[in-house]
Design a protein around this ligand. Structure first.
Ligand code: MLT
Length: 410
């Protein structure tokens, strides 16, 4: 009989969002008429921008004509898309990032996991707690951790707690770690990072020869001009950071799939023999071998995000979700709940009332208000006693969910 990757047996539960979906399905089976509103997984609800749809329709036409038909595309992504990304997302903000350092992909969740392919298994890894579970679970799957304890903390990982006590900003560790996952604007807490704070991490990474894995999937939700959108706005970051970005949340591509990873050519890693190796070369080799690129049609849709119409339409989408976040914050605050985030981020992080555990609050809201959120403890032990509410839904559903929650069903 074939053997399995035993590391999977260390995983504590199902992946958080399928686990929530399973519980909601079980509830709906018993209560088929319950008008459930989902503010759990951060999945967009509003239609794709018109500019993106038109570009994709045109791209379908291109595929129907021998002279414009496309087969395999470049594994790294078409140059016309990478140039637009480099120019609009990075160079326009003063970041010295070239199109050749951008890799277009089918998702930043996938890339966050795939990046481990090219990194040594002896790296010491730091994550915040709570944290986007993909960073932890992919390390468990890859055998980079030991077993989990009762609280779900894996042996071998360095957990940096974040809570209201430190404004959801992790303290930079005194010990040396090799890999650090940072996510700003933060999933799940909605916290943001100042330039000074990110500079302190970049300084730490340079002093310790560490690599920062910077997840900027929610950067489009930043409205405060003082808050950096990219780690490369920070001096020195090109020597110590990889950045993940996505078209999922700004342009509604969660179902369409398009994202990007920036791997600067100046980034070096250490081989076992002590020599320095360009990380870009390894990622390029990995992608060319294991990935065949994002479809031409989808890349044309992503390119349209950078057109004048696309920029206006994506801004409108983001404003729409941010207004939802504002409604959630205001309504819950008025109802006496303590809330965080939701200003430069689409997630509102709520302190559970009456000392309820995260899952107890989840159950009460599901049963009594038919509203689904995400238990904070699903993001890590330090998320216990918190609850995440996503602003991704229609205005009608957000208003209805808030009036049900503020009626105090807990
Ligand atoms: C979330 O709800 O945390 C996100 O949907 C996760 C993701 O984008 O994969």
């Amino acid at each position: 009989m074939a053997t399995i990757n035993d590391n999977y047996l260390k995983l504590k539960a199902g992946y958080l969002f399928p686990e929530i979906a399973r519980r909601v399905k079980a509830f709906a089976e018993v209560n088929p008429d319950a008008p459930i509103i989902k503010l759990g997984i951060g999945d967009v609800t509003e239609p794709l921008p018109e500019a993106c749809r038109s570009a994709m329709i045109q791209a379908v036409e291109d595929m129907g004509d021998r002279s414009t038909f496309k087969g395999y595309g470049p594994e790294q992504g078409y140059l016309w898309l990478r140039e637009k990304i480099a120019q609009h997302d990075f160079q326009a903000r003063g970041c010295d990032i070239d199109a050749s350092e951008i890799f277009v992909s089918d998702g930043s969740k996938c890339d966050c996991g795939n990046i481990l392919d090219i990194l040594g298994d002896d790296n010491k890894i730091a994550v915040t707690d709570p944290v986007y579970p993909v960073y932890v679970d992919t390390n468990v799957m890859a055998g980079r951790t030991g077993e989990a304890n009762d609280k779900g903390e894996y042996d071998g990982l360095v957990y940096l707690p974040i809570s209201a006590d430190n404004d959801f900003i992790a303290q930079i560790p005194s010990e040396k770690v090799d890999l650090i996952y940072l996510c700003f604007p933060n999933n799940p807490t909605g916290a943001t990072a100042t330039k000074e704070y990110l500079q302190a991490w970049v300084n730490y990474a340079q002093e310790n020869n560490s690599l920062i894995l910077f997840d900027a999937a929610y950067e489009a939700f930043i409205t405060d001009p003082e808050i950096p959108h990219s780690i490369y706005e920070i001096e020195g970051a090109k020597n110590c950071a990889i950045e993940f970005r996505s078209f999922s949340k700004n342009a509604g591509f969660t179902g369409t799939r398009c994202a990007l990873t920036v791997v600067p050519k100046t980034l070096m890693g250490k081989a076992k023999d002590g020599s320095d190796v360009e990380i870009w070369k390894l990622w390029n080799r990995r992608q060319s071998t294991k990935f065949n690129g994002v479809s031409y049609i989808v890349q044309r849709g992503a390119e349209a995000v950078y057109s004048e119409a696309g920029q206006a339409q994506t801004k409108a989408l983001i404003s729409f979700y941010l207004e939802n976040a504002k409604i959630i914050r205001e309504q819950l605050t008025a109802a006496g709940l303590k809330v965080y985030g939701g200003v430069n981020a689409p997630y509102v992080w709520v302190k559970t009332p009456n000392g309820l555990s995260s899952w107890d609050f989840f159950d009460k809201l599901l049963q009594n208000a038919n509203v689904v959120g995400t238990p904070g403890s699903g993001f890590g032990a330090a998320g216990e006693g918190y609850f995440r509410i996503s602003a991704f839904n229609s205005r009608e559903n957000v208003n209805e969910a808030m009036s049900r929650i503020t009626a105090n069903p807990y």
